[in-house]
Design a protein around this ligand. Structure first.
Ligand code: ZN
Length: 394
């Protein structure tokens, strides 16, 4: 009986086709922060990926016209129903030629069974179409547009609501009033409470902390395994918009003794936002982490390492930058990353890496071995701070 149960369990893990997130972060004379979902449906993924690639290429072409450091940010939202997936890409471009940032959405409503993307006229009945057309005309949407292009009207469906996007405005309807019946795919999991394990910290030893930004990703699991193999822990500064997709991994990470910190919701360049927008980025991320793992972060790493007064004094959050930059996003070469991470290490160093690259995941084993060889203990950023406090009061 036990054997059958084991096999069934194994099969179930194999068939859990969960949505993942692809992240692209680049920092040069321009800033790029892109997050888009990777679902269990290949042709949907191809369509989204092609769209993202086009936006990326176009941005890189236009950035030469920029006056200031331009920024491209793509965020996403996803609702999975039993029968469909609704996805929204939120595209934000600043500092190209226009003074005002460009902001628009792209949406996808995918029929899982037919494996096609549907437009709004293929989902709603005639009466509902007539109803929204009427209503949208009242709200000053061009009737010519509605008659000819309603098929192109972007829309995103949530559990109880549907949102239409036109000229930077959003129009909301309940699914009920449009007679749209969809069942959200449930992935509710029990949340456990984490008791942080207290390591014995000897203030006379030498300590360094390894940190990872921009994750989680498909490479994070490998990183967790390597950390576990060496019985050390790291600190992960994660993006809020990826939490729900990587819930299990994050719980595992916390259980292993790692620390999770806040790296904004969607990697927008925080110092360029208004204070209330920064607040929203940080709080939304903490809420997601709290909701899916039960853990509330206290460490904050601002995007692109840029700080302002508001961020420095953000309540209940301690800002953490780094002292060793591996530039793993640029070098993507194991030997280079190992060297950059371990040459010239000193007590109290915080090493910056990113768990969204295969080359980084591949380097970790050698990095840990080398750090230990040099006589350092590897701890989390929280432990590093604890050691600093202990030394102060010695
Ligand atoms: Zn980052």
């Amino acid at each position: 009986m036990k054997k059958i149960l084991c096999i069934l369990l194994f099969l179930c893990i194999g068939c859990a086709r969960e949505n993942k997130v692809q992240t692209i972060i680049e920092e040069n004379d321009f800033l790029i922060g892109i997050n888009y979902p990777v679902t269990a449906y290949k042709n949907l993924n191809n369509i989204i990926q092609t769209d993202v690639e086009n936006i990326y290429t176009e941005f890189k072409k236009e950035k030469t016209l920029a006056i200031q450091q331009p920024e491209l940010n793509i965020d996403y939202k996803l609702t999975e129903f039993e029968s469909h997936i609704s996805i929204l890409l939120d595209i934000y471009i600043s500092n190209i030629t226009e003074k005002k940032p460009i902001h628009y959405v792209k949406t996808y409503f995918y029929d899982k069974e037919k494996q096609v993307i549907l437009n709004i006229t293929e989902i709603l009945n005639q009466d509902s179409i007539a109803f929204i057309k009427n209503d949208l005309v009242k709200q000053k949407i061009n009737i010519h547009y509605l008659n000819n292009y309603i098929k192109n009207l972007p829309f995103f469906v949530e559990k109880k609501q549907i949102h239409f996007y036109y000229n930077e405005s959003v129009y909301n309807y309940s699914l009920e009033e449009l007679n749209l019946k969809l069942t959200v795919k449930s992935n509710h999991k029990e949340i456990e409470t984490f008791q942080p394990t207290n390591k014995v910290l000897d203030i006379n030893k030498k300590y360094v902390a390894i940190t990872f930004d921009d994750g989680p990703s498909i490479y994070t699991e490998r990183i967790l395994n390597t950390l576990k193999k060496h019985e050390v822990n790291a600190t992960f500064f994660i993006l809020g918009n990826k939490v729900s997709a990587y819930q299990d991994l994050l719980i595992q990470s916390l259980k292993n003794g790692n620390v999770i910190g806040n790296h904004s919701y969607n990697h927008k360049w925080l110092i360029k936002l208004k204070d209330n927008e920064i607040k929203n980025q940080i709080e939304k991320t903490n809420e997601e982490i709290q909701k899916y793992t039960g853990y509330t972060p206290t460490l904050l790493r601002p995007t692109y390492g840029s700080l302002n007064t508001y961020l420095k004094h953000f309540p209940n959050m301690e800002v953490v930058l780094w002292t060793v930059d591996t530039m793993d996003w640029k070098y993507k070469n194991t030997n280079v990353i190992v060297k950059r991470a371990t040459n010239h290490l000193k007590d109290g160093d915080i090493i910056l890496m990113h768990d969204i690259y295969k080359s980084t995941a591949n380097s970790l084993d050698k990095i840990i071995t080398e750090i230990k060889k040099q006589g350092f203990e590897i701890v989390t950023v929280l432990e590093l701070k604890e050691i600093q406090k202990l030394r102060k009061y010695e």
